[in-house]
Design a protein around this ligand. Structure first.
Ligand SMILES: Cc1cc2nc3c(=O)[nH]c(=O)nc-3n(C[C@H](O)[C@H](O)[C@H](O)COP(=O)(O)OP(=O)(O)OC[C@H]3O[C@@H](n4cnc5c(N)ncnc54)[C@H](O)[C@@H]3O)c2cc1C
Length: 424
């Protein structure tokens, strides 16, 4: 447990998760004087961005990360190094005042880069780590390293009691806490579906891990001739193909890559004031590399074709294609999307399990209320539980009517800024 003012009998909010979404939520709650906040995470080490994506090229501009880091007053204080005032209850002295541009702040590395280009995500991860450290020291924030395992709703008061599993169960650990709000920023992991019987035993490599060229080199270089199959045509799939190709053309020429894809590559398109396929299309370095090397015309003449075999098929043919083309692979990497990580087990006062359904427009949840005699009722609002981040993103519709889930720092921020006033 850490925090300048000890523990509280009741928290205004428990925020679960300290990835980019958790950081965004804590910053926004503090800005609106919603405190004390109990903030819980397994590691307080920047979430997946820092654990897995440090070597990944960003699909957003450098300026976006600066805008993110200066979007709310509690962040700006951390960035500028302004000491926090003595009590969180006191009015802030610099709300809304942007950091003066002539004073060096903690964003100098990003400020010195080309603002219109992307960067390695290590820089974005460092922003999250810097904000995390600053928020941990901000009055009104109490942190507990550990895992929120469950949340029990008191139906009468609509308050939540959470249980927290900590590593060493020290006496000062907070293992149970009561809160008015429960905010889930628990993240997602790569989707990994079972493969057909004849290839069920091929080892899988975790998509997020193979986004690191360093990991791939360490894993594959010591092996003899190796075939890796990559399934999917997502942003992550292209980055992994590029990593594998770079390894094959340099230190591992006996590496062969099979790429199984069921649709043509899709790119984000910059329209007049908005982006078509903003969340699903290829962007940045991944888009450039894919256009130059993987499009049918460029592929023919690209060196990439010496290492990558492309197997294209239609939706619905997956099973037959996997049965035919995966045998002989030493590893399979599935780049077919992300699935929500398990959330804490939620229960009603009567001890009944709650299955929450996320409302992508409002950041709230509904659940099916069960009567005491077991009759299933209608979907009703789940009191004071909110979600954000990659697991609980906003659903957006673009000017052409395409519906997407909005994932990324800037989008989490916009969503949380819009909906969090309702969390009062
Ligand atoms: C390849 C790739 C590239 C991307 N590039 C960009 C980019 O360029 N720009 C951009 O803006 N976005 C990018 N994103 C999207 C997005 O910003 C990241 O996915 C981001 O890491 C998601 O943040 P999050 O906080 O929702 O989840 P996470 O980072 O996964 O954080 C969740 C945290 O919650 C903790 N947690 C979970 N359950 C519990 C529990 N029960 N108790 C306690 N702690 C718990 C986890 O340990 C973790 O620390 C990219 C995503 C991918 C996959």
């Amino acid at each position: 447990m850490s925090g300048p003012y000890g523990t509280y009998p009741e928290y205004e909010a428990v925020v679960v998760g300290a990835g980019p979404a958790g950081v965004t939520c804590v910053g926004n709650l503090l800005e609106r004087k919603v405190a004390p906040i109990l903030w819980v995470d397994d590691g307080f080490d920047g979430g997946r961005m820092n654990r897995k994506y440090r070597e990944v090229p960003s699909n957003t501009k450098v300026s976006l990360f600066i805008n993110f880091a200066t979007a709310v007053a509690p962040f700006r204080k951390i960035v500028s190094g302004t000491p926090s005032r003595s009590r969180w209850e006191e009015p802030s002295d610099s709300d809304g005042v942007p950091v003066s541009s002539d004073k060096p702040d903690k964003l100098q590395v990003l400020r010195n880069m080309d603002q219109e280009k992307g960067c390695e995500l290590s820089h974005a991860a460092d922003v999250i780590l810097m904000l995390t450290e600053g928020l941990k020291r901000t009055p009104g924030v109490i942190t507990q390293k550990g895992r929120v395992t469950h949340g029990d709703l008191d139906d009468a008061t609509e308050k939540w009691t959470v249980g927290i599993q900590t590593e060493n169960s020290s006496e000062t650990d907070i293992t149970t806490a009561q809160a008015k709000r429960l905010i889930l920023c628990t993240g997602s992991s790569p989707t990994d579906i079972p493969l057909p019987g004849n290839v069920v035993n091929i080892p899988h490599l975790d998509l997020d891990t193979t986004l690191s060229p360093t990991y791939l080199k360490e894993k594959l270089t010591p092996l003899g001739p190796t075939t890796v199959s990559v399934i999917g045509a997502s942003h992550s799939a292209i980055l992994v193909l590029r990593n594998l190709y770079n390894l094959a053309r340099t230190e591992k020429p006996d590496l062969k890559i099979r790429w199984l894809t069921r649709h043509a590559l899709r790119y984000a398109e910059y329209m007049d004031g908005w982006i078509l396929r903003d969340n699903t299309g290829l962007k940045g370095e991944a888009a450039v590399w894919a256009k130059d090397n993987l499009e049918p015309e460029s592929f023919k003449t690209s060196d990439v074709s010496n290492y990558i075999d492309t197997i294209s098929y239609e939706k619905g043919q997956e099973r037959e294609m996997f049965e035919q083309y995966l045998p002989g692979s030493d590893f399979v990497i599935q780049a077919i999307g992300y699935t929500r990580d398990p959330i804490p087990l939620l229960k009603t006062s009567a001890g009944k399990d709650i299955t929450p359904y996320f409302e992508h427009e409002k950041g709230t949840f509904k659940y099916v209320q069960e009567s005491d005699c077991g009759t299933i009722g209608d979907l009703v609002p789940l009191p004071h539980v909110y979600g954000a981040g990659i697991a609980f993103p906003e659903r957006v519709t673009d000017p052409k009517g395409n519906v997407e889930l909005a994932v990324g720092f800037g989008k989490f921020l916009k969503f949380i800024k819009r909906v969090s006033p309702e969390w009062n």
